[in-house]
Design a protein around this ligand. Structure first.
Ligand code: PEP
Ligand code: MN
Length: 475
């Protein structure tokens, strides 16, 4: 159904302004009661330590009083779409920065990412004749898990940078101090980001008849640009045909888009503060994003992140590397989606092509044997990071492509549905990942290397990947 379009305020769904002390929700193991703060009784990995408890309380109190960023009705409309994907009807496209930042924040940055996601989605929808569910790693993707708690440079050791909503990137003791008020600053940036995304989604920018006008400067003169123009001409032709036979091409389906947001559920004080009870259903929703996922480093069965997410009504994801066994996966699924509700849980697989060919069949087999409803999503980037000369963290397009191909191959063999892709990308012409037709090389990485975190596909590389997926999905 197209009711409750994403990012449109649902006036009928009020939300409580602050969480009451108790609420219950069933747990997989039938153990203790869930509350928005019950995660505090479990071990929270990757959590910043705030030296001033009073400051933390003040920041959290401020966040308890802010408006929710998303609304329960929108969250439910995403859930319905994901339920259809879990049944083989549709494909998920998730994309955006590894980490949003205060420095890179600009309406043009948001517009460029949004536009490339729309272009990829158009290519993929046309190629597969399947609905593509569009989700931005945006308006909340700040906090980052780190492999080491400290960073050592020239013999000096300082706490690691954990994202702009925790501390700052500069290598000084002041910058690396965890500051709880950065959560509040990040919230206000998220509110601006969502506001502009809502405007782009429904204010005419996303009208399909304007798809030629979606700027292609970033790929001008390339293979992707001419392929995109050819495809746009075909879509135009179809639109003219539809118009001729009396279809209303000015309808909502063709002039607006449902665009959702998601981020890693990592910084639990922030997530808890934005968790509100839906007045119409009594369910709890984390109103910081439509969908939340738990990262590879924090998905412990007895950890705080699984405890927190098991109680919220949002669709969830969990990142899985080759370290996850089939038994462990089933227990994670039982915890995060105890009622086995279709669309509730996406398994985001990220392990590199070789390990994926070896491990994914066993994971799928376990899920099939236990009759679990999940959406399988490929993150073909996080298992393919390497450090190039000059210290640049990068990813090679061939490896990303190889992992995606392996993902599709394994699902074909297992008779399961490859349900989506999750990538770190930007609409801008950065030089952070090597290869593809864009021809970024180890030598040119330094030209426009902007990310403070993981390397992103640039606009051209992202669009090229969109075409590759579209071709593969048609097979
Ligand atoms: C990420 O998505 O940026 C991330 C840290 O991923 P993972 O948990 O898969 O390592
Ligand atoms: Mn990342």
């Amino acid at each position: 159904s197209s009711t409750g379009g994403s990012l449109r305020p649902q006036t009928s769904l009020g939300v409580a302004s602050s969480p009451p002390a108790t609420a219950s929700s069933s747990s997989a193991t039938g153990d203790a009661e869930w509350t928005p703060s019950s995660w505090k009784n479990a071990v929270a990995k990757q959590m910043p330590v705030y030296e001033d408890e009073a400051e933390l309380e003040e920041a959290v109190a401020t966040l308890n009083g802010v408006a929710p960023l998303v609304f329960a009705g929108e969250v439910r409309s995403l859930h319905e779409k994901l339920a259809r994907v879990s049944q083989g009807q549709g494909f998920v496209l998730m994309g955006g920065d590894c980490a949003e930042s205060f420095k890179e924040f600009h309406v043009n940055h948001i517009r460029d990412s949004f536009r490339v996601i729309m272009q990829m989605a158009l290519v993929m929808t046309f190629g597969s004749a399947m609905p593509v569910v569009k989700i931005g790693r945006m308006a909340g993707q700040f906090a980052k898990p780190r492999s080491a708690p400290d960073e050592v440079k020239d013999g000096v050791s300082l706490p690691s940078y954990r994202g702009d909503n925790v501390n700052r990137e500069d290598f000084t003791p002041e910058a690396r101090r965890n500051d709880p008020f950065l959560m509040v600053k990040a919230y206000y940036q998220c509110a601006q980001t969502l506001n502009i995304l809502r405007a782009f989604s429904t204010g005419g920018f996303a009208d399909i008849s304007r798809l030629h006008a979606w700027n292609l400067d970033f790929v001008e003169g390339t293979e992707e640009a001419s392929r995109y123009r050819k495809l746009a001409a075909k879509v135009d032709e179809s639109l003219r045909f539809m118009k001729a036979i009396g279809v209303d091409t000015g309808s909502k389906e063709l002039t607006t888009v449902d665009f959702y947001t998601a981020h890693e559920c990592l910084l639990l004080p922030y997530e808890q503060a934005l968790t509100r009870q839906d007045s119409t259903t009594g369910k709890w929703y984390d109103c910081s994003a439509h969908m939340l996922w738990v990262g590879e480093r924090t998905r412990d069965l007895d950890g705080a992140h699984l405890e927190f997410t098991r109680g919220i009504g949002n669709p969830l994801g969990v990142k899985i590397s080759d370290k996850c066994t089939p038994e462990e996966l089933i227990r994670i699924i039982d915890t995060m989606n105890p009622q086995n509700v279709p669309g509730k849980l996406s398994i985001i697989v990220r392990m590199g092509a070789e390990k994926l060919r070896k491990n994914l069949p066993g994971l799928i087999r376990a899920v099939q044997r236990e009759g679990k409803a999940v959406v399988w999503i490929s993150d073909p980037v996080h298992g393919n990071t390497r450090v190039a000369d000059g210290g640049y963290k990068t990813r090679d397009f061939v490896n990303i492509r190889a992992e995606l191909r392996a993902f599709f191959d394994v699902h074909d063999e297992m008779g399961s549905h490859p349900g989506g892709v999750h990538v770190e990308m930007t609409g801008e012409d950065v030089t952070e990942c090597t290869g593809g037709e864009s021809g970024v090389s180890d030598e040119t990485l330094k030209d426009r290397y902007i990310t403070a975190c993981d390397p992103r596909l640039n606009g051209q590389q992202a669009l090229e990947l969109g075409f590759l997926i579209a071709e593969r999905m048609r097979l």
